[in-house]
Structure formats: structure tokens, C-alpha cells
Design a protein around this ligand. Structure first.
Ligand code: GLN
Length: 716
């Protein structure tokens, strides 16, 4: 009653759909609401970075069609405890429930609801300001699987190493080969810290291929150190010419004829089918019910503005985007991309640099949303012709008239759903900021200015992005190379995967941020080869960000807090911190020799803190945020090695720093047409600190307060 009263109040006052705030009221009155209102039901929990809402909808449709009775489900995607409490409390007693659960909360929710089935889809970088590390989420899942009731079945994607590791301790696991199109967060073995190789990677054959005949797209994987590999699936996905089939180990084949588009939805249907089988439903019947689903909480909905008709697609992280490109109308079909960075999106949009937006070249692209400047800067460096229009509807009319594809991240997506429900919206005046015209022709020129003598092409080595790519820092390599090319230099980015030798003769090296475990693997490889040492000794420029900075220092904390030796190329030592992780916008006043750079902005996200050796030179002083240690200094510079805690990526947000590093290689640089990069710098230096403060205030939110009251040994 409390929940529905508060929910109604919220609805009639126009504050929201009411289920979440109603759920808060329920939890305030009954902190054990999840346990209480799930008692007597068969409960299925569905979690994962991508595909939760769709898989939940598919499974709920299959179950309600099989039983002819309603299923309790959070179809609108309210997947934190208050949303779950609200739907469970309102559902008819005894009805089965299919609930999608936020990845970070699965442990707590599974403890309370005694699930019959837990579906684990995939894990990849998403909302890292809240989740910190993908492996931390996997570790919470693993603890959840250890403590499940003996009868619970875990339906898990065997193609995702992090999922396979998390589900390993489950007493009853049903492995499904649903494929994994984004492998970049699973390069470091979650079990031993060694290197995971995927079947489609060079060199995998020598590491031993997993059993033939059970290869879901894109294939198997195995750790080259401990041998931990893909569990043999009982059911897998085969896709040929767009048609998907679910193949059982017994060789029974089911066609996946779906109305929902794309390979990712075939994978979702496969897993939903497996969950239905685990619950005792007939697979064929389940699939025919799923085939009828044509809409999932607004995904693929049509949004209209004036003469423009858009198909709305949700993509909120690089793994999601990996599936989106194939869903777009062929070029030159226009595309609107809308990006926000609110709490539900994650406050750090650095991930935009992990999306290969270069693939949008040749289309008309409109960058929309509250973080349209971050996106426009990314498109500028990708040389995608674009227009920036922050207003959601105005962006649509800007892209039209006619049919356009519309890709939005979470809160922008919901913004569109809201406006699409309101009929007759007046056209907003487009405050169009035309993108800078294409960069000047690249004159052929000799590079006599290059400090390393007579080079025709500058090479930027991107070091181990499969271990040190978690926080979007690969974009720094893109920025460096483009700023050279736009000035007429030849420039190329060499991506050095963890299994490859680091070249020694590049002019520039970019070492990014990463999770504790893969970070230690990266350090040991670099220490062993000493290639980076030799490059630095011969005058190469290195940009080392966060984990990169820590690795290049004297030592840093490993995953268990133990000191791990660093490369000794920066005069600093990193240690574990007893304080909360440093997460948020950071603003730095460059100091000393670097004062000319002015204000530097970025996003920090680190657990360890760094102490500079006496006499070491920091980048600057911290105006907002934590920086190296305690809000005093940020970064460390030694010779031509620049260490910083700033993500963003730092060079995209601070073009002046990019040019300083480049000038160390090629000498004086001509000014550039900056596109949106300068506007982004101005916006971030102005607004970033305020955003950090408001995010910190949110720490005291209802969710957090409820969580503290309910804390029962499972980290949220
Ligand atoms: N794993 C390191 C830490 O937590 C670095 C994190 C990062 O690179 N963002 O301190």
C-alpha cells in the first residue's frame, strides 16, 4: 500500500512512472521486501552488461504463453532493489517472476529471492564510475554463485571468460555458447592473471583449441598460463547469412526466427530458450512465443519529429555498439547519436573512444545529447562529417527529413521515448553548430623537423589495449596520430596486443589505464622485454595514464594489495589506499614548466594512490578531485615520459597537452582548426568540478542509504 500510494503520487505529480519511488517506500517500510514478496514464486534473475531487458522480455513472453497466466516482470527495466520490490509487491501471489537485475546488485538480490534460475549473459566495461572494474563485478557474481541454493540453475554464456569464471562455482551450471563480439575486457585471465587468447586471435592454435564442434561465434578461448578455458556448452548459436540457429549438443537444431533484429538478439533468444528449458518448458514452444516479440521497452521504437522518422536503438557501451553498426541502414543513411552522462549512463563518457565511429564516414551524422561535445570531438578525430545539435528533437529534424537511424545511450534513449509519447511537439530551433570543414589538404612534406631524424612517418605504439584499455585511453593514440596527419606528417598507430612484442623504434608510446589484475600482467611483460626502457633511452615520448603511470613508477599494488615491481621509468611509488576510490571529474592547474598548458581536465578512477619521490616533477596542482594522493598534486613527468591520472581521454580533452607531446617529437607545430576540441576543453574545465560534487552528493542517495541498512556481507 505504501508503495502504490507513493507511486501514484509520483505519477500524478508527473515526476516519473512511480515504480522506483514506490519501491523505495516499500523498502522503507519493509527492508526484507524482496525476500517477502518473492516467497512462494519461481524466480528467474537475468543479469549482464548488455541484453538484460530483451532476454527478460523474451523469457517472460515464453513463460506466459506456455502457462497462459501472467508473469511478474520488470519490463520497463527498473532493475535495482526498489524497482524489483515494486513489481514483486504488485504481482499476483504465486505467479512466477522473471526479473532483470543490475550487474552490481545481483549478489544481494539472489540472496534474498532464492532464484530457480540465474541467467548470466556477459560482462564488459560499462558505468565504470560506479562499477570501477569489470572484474570486480565478475568477482561479486562469483560470490553470488557460490552461495546460491543447491537447486538453483545458472544459465551462463560459456563464450565470455568473465562469465565462465563467475559461474564456475555454481553447483548446477547450464553452459550456452552465445558468442561474444567484444573481447577487450577479458584479455587478462580472471582466474590466474595470465593471458586469455581467443580462437580468432593469431597464435591461438598453438595454445590449444577447445573441443571442436561446440564453437559459438566467434569461438573458443583459453588462458595460456593456467589453461582455464571455455566450458563445453550444451547449446550454442550458429549464424549463417543472418539466420540464427540454436544447436543442442544432441544435434537437435532450432531455427531462431525473430522479429527483433541483429545477432545480439539471436544470442539473447538462445539464452532465454536455455533458461526456459531449465525451467522445464518446451524449447520449440518457447521459441515460437519469443518470435512474436517485436518491441522491448522502446528498443527499435519509431520516433517522429516533423518530417523525420527515426528508428530508436539503445547502445550504452562499446560492446553494445559492436552490435549496432550492422543494424544501421546502409550508407549514406543519416544517423543521430545521442549521448548523456548522467548517473544511469555513467559519468565518464571516455568509452566513446573505444567505439570505431570511423565506420560512420560517408553518412550524415548528428551528435546530440548533453555530452554531444565529447561525441563531436570523437567524430572530428574519426573524420566523420557531422553536425552538433544537443537538443534531442532538434537533432532529429537536423538529420532529416525522411528515415534516420537514432542510437542513444540510456538516459538519452529514455528522453526520446518520453518525447515520442508526447504528440505534436513543436520543432525546436536547431542551434546548429556546423562541424569544422574537413581539415586542410595534407601537403606532402619532408619531416626535417623530426627530432629522431628523417622520419617519413611517425609511429604511435598503443601498448596492450587488451590489458590497459578499460578506461578509454586508446583514444590518446588516435588524437596524437590525427594531429600529426592534419599537419601533413605521416602518422600511424600500431596496436600492440599483449601477445605481441612491443616495438622499440616508435616515436610515441601510449600506455593506458587498466584493472588491477591485467595491469600486473602488463607490467611483468614490459619488465621482461624491456622494450619500453630501450625506447625511452633512445628518446621516445611516452604518455602513461593511471595504471600506465603506476606501471612506469617504481612499484604499484597488485590485485591483492601486494607491491608489484614497476618499470622504474617514473620517480614515484603507488600504494593501496584506505580511502574510498578516487572517482570523478578532475581539474588540474598545470604548474612549473608546464604552466603554459593552463587548466587540464579529465576523469579519474583509481584505487591506488601515488607518492612522488623527492624532487620529482608533478604535472600540476589539483583544483578539484584527488590526483596522485590527496588532492594536492597530479601526475609526474620525467624526461619525455608524461604520467597522469586523467582519463577522458586526456589528449582529447586537452589538445594543448597533445601538441606539447608532439612538439617533443617533431618540433614546432602549426596551429590546427580545432573542431569541437577547444569547446570541449572549455566546457569540461567549467562544468566538470560541479558534476563531481553533485555525483558525490548522490552517494547519500536513497539507494545508498537503503543499501547501508541492509548491508549483509555482500558488497553491492
Ligand atoms: N588499477 C589501478 C587503480 O585502481 C589503475 C586504474 C586505472 O587505470 N584507472 O589504481
Amino acid at each position: 500500500m505504501a508503495g502504490s500510494a507513493v507511486g501514484t503520487l509520483s505519477r500524478v505529480t508527473g515526476r516519473g512512472a512511480g515504480s522506483v519511488v514506490g519501491g523505495h517506500a516499500i523498502l522503507a517500510v519493509e527492508p526484507r521486501a524482496l525476500e517477502r514478496f518473492s516467497a512462494g514464486r519461481r524466480v528467474v534473475l537475468v543479469s549482464g552488461t548488455n541484453g538484460k531487458t530483451t532476454t527478460t522480455k523474451l523469457l517472460a513472453s515464453a513463460m506466459s504463453s506456455a502457462t497462459g497466466a501472467p508473469v511478474v516482470t520488470n519490463a520497463a527495466g527498473a532493475n535495482l532493489p526498489p524497482g524489483l520490490a515494486a513489481v514483486l509487491a504488485a504481482g499476483s501471489p504465486g505467479a512466477p517472476a522473471v526479473l532483470e537485475v543490475d550487474e552490481a546488485w545481483l549478489g544481494l538480490v539472489s540472496k534474498e529471492v532464492n532464484p530457480a534460475v540465474v541467467v548470466l549473459l556477459n560482462l564488459s566495461r560499462d558505468q565504470l564510475d560506479r562499477n570501477n572494474e569489470v572484474r570486480q563485478v565478475a568477482a561479486r557474481w562469483q560470490r553470488a554463485c557460490e552461495t546460491l541454493p543447491p537447486a538453483s540453475v545458472v544459465v551462463a554464456n560459456a563464450d565470455d571468460p568473465l562469465v565462465a569464471w563467475a559461474a564456475g562455482p555454481a553447483r548446477r551450471a547450464l553452459w550456452v555458447g552465445a558468442g561474444l563480439s567484444w573481447t577487450s575486457d577479458a584479455g587478462g585471465c580472471p582466474r590466474c592473471g595470465g593471458q586469455v587468447r581467443f580462437a580468432d586471435q593469431v597464435g591461438f592454435a598453438s595454445a590449444g583449441r577447445p573441443a571442436e564442434g561446440a564453437m559459438g561465434a566467434p569461438g573458443g578461448w583459453q588462458c595460456s598460463s593456467c589453461g582455464f578455458g571455455r566450458p563445453q556448452p550444451e547449446l550454442w548459436l550458429e549464424v549463417s547469412e543472418g539466420a540464427g540457429r540454436a544447436v543442442e549438443a544432441s544435434r537437435v537444431v532450432h531455427e531462431l526466427a525473430l522479429r527483433l533484429p541483429g545477432r545480439c538478439n539471436q544470442a539473447n533468444a538462445l539464452i532465454a530458450m536455455a533458461a526456459a528449458q531449465a525451467l522445464g518448458y518446451d524449447a520449440g514452444e518457447a521459441l515460437s512465443a519469443m518470435a512474436q516479440v517485436d518491441e522491448v521497452a522502446g528498443r527499435y521504437a519509431t520516433v517522429r519529429a516533423d518530417g523525420t522518422t527515426a528508428r530508436l536503438v539503445l547502445a550504452k557501451n562499446p560492446a553494445g555498439w559492436a552490435e549496432v553498426f550492422s543494424m544501421l541502414a546502409p550508407p549514406p543513411g543519416p544517423v543521430v547519436v545521442a549521448i548523456n552522462a548522467r548517473t544511469a549512463d555513467g559519468h565518464d563518457p571516455s568509452w566513446l573512444w573505444d567505439v570505431p565511429f570511423e565506420r560512420l564516414r560517408g553518412r550524415r551524422v548528428v551528435a546530440a545529447g548533453e555530452r554531444s561535445l565529447d561525441l563531436a570531438t570523437r567524430l572530428h578525430y574519426a573524420e566523420v562529417d557531422h553536425v552538433r545539435e544537443p537538443g534531442l528533437l532538434a537533432a532529429l529534424t537536423e538529420a532529416g527529413p525522411g528515415r534516420v537511424d537514432l542510437v542513444a545511450n540510456y538516459t538519452a534513449f529514455h528522453g526520446y521515448l518520453r518525447v515520442s509519447r508526447r504528440a505534436g511537439v513543436a520543432r525546436q530551433a536547431p542551434a546548429a553548430h556546423r562541424a569544422a570543414p574537413a581539415q586542410p589538404e595534407r601537403p606532402e612534406r619532408s619531416h626535417a623537423t623530426a627530432s629522431r631524424g628523417g622520419l617519413s612517418t611517425c609511429t604511435v605504439a598503443l601498448v596492450y589495449p587488451d590489458l590497459l584499455g578499460t578506461y578509454g585511453d586508446a583514444g590518446n593514440a588516435t588524437v596524437l596520430a590525427q594531429r600529426l596527419r592534419w599537419r601533413g606528417y605521416g602518422a600511424e598507430v600500431v596496436t600492440v596486443a599483449a601477445g605481441q612484442a612491443v616495438p622499440e623504434s616508435c616515436e610515441l608510446y601510449v600506455v593506458g589505464g587498466g584493472e588491477d589484475l591485467p595491469q600486473a600482467l602488463a607490467a611483468s611483460k614490459l619488465l621482461e622485454s624491456r622494450a619500453l626502457h630501450r625506447a625511452v633511452a633512445s628518446g621516445a615520448v611516452v604518455l602513461a595514464v593511471c595504471a600506465g603511470l603506476q606501471i612506469l613508477g617504481e612499484s604499484f599494488p597488485g590485485a591483492g594489495g601486494e607491491p608489484v615491481p614497476g618499470l622504474g621509468l617514473l620517480p614515484c611509488v603507488s600504494r593501496p589506499s584506505s580511502r574510498p576510490r578516487a572517482v570523478g571529474e578532475i581539474l588540474v592547474q598545470a604548474a612549473g614548466r608546464w604552466a603554459g598548458l593552463g587548466l587540464l581536465s579529465g576523469f579519474e578512477n583509481h584505487g591506488a594512490l601515488t607518492q612522488l619521490s623527492s624532487g620529482a616533477e608533478p604535472v600540476g596542482t589539483v583544483c578539484a578531485g584527488v590526483g596522485n594522493e590527496d588532492g594536492t598534486y597530479e601526475g609526474v613527468v620525467s624526461g619525455r615520459v608524461w604520467g597522469t591520472y586523467l582519463h577522458g581521454p586526456v589528449l582529447a580533452r586537452n589538445p594543448g597537452l597533445a601538441d606539447l607531446l608532439l612538439s617533443w617529437v617533431v618540433g614546432d607545430l602549426a596551429p590546427l582548426e580545432e573542431g569541437e576540441a577547444e569547446a570541449l576543453h572549455a566546457e569540461r574545465t567549467e562544468h566538470g568540478p560541479g558534476e563531481r560534487r553533485s555525483a558525490e552528493r548522490e552517494e547519500a542517495s536513497l539507494e545508498a542509504r537503503w543499501w547501508r541498512r541492509r548491508q549483509s556481507g555482500v558488497a553491492p
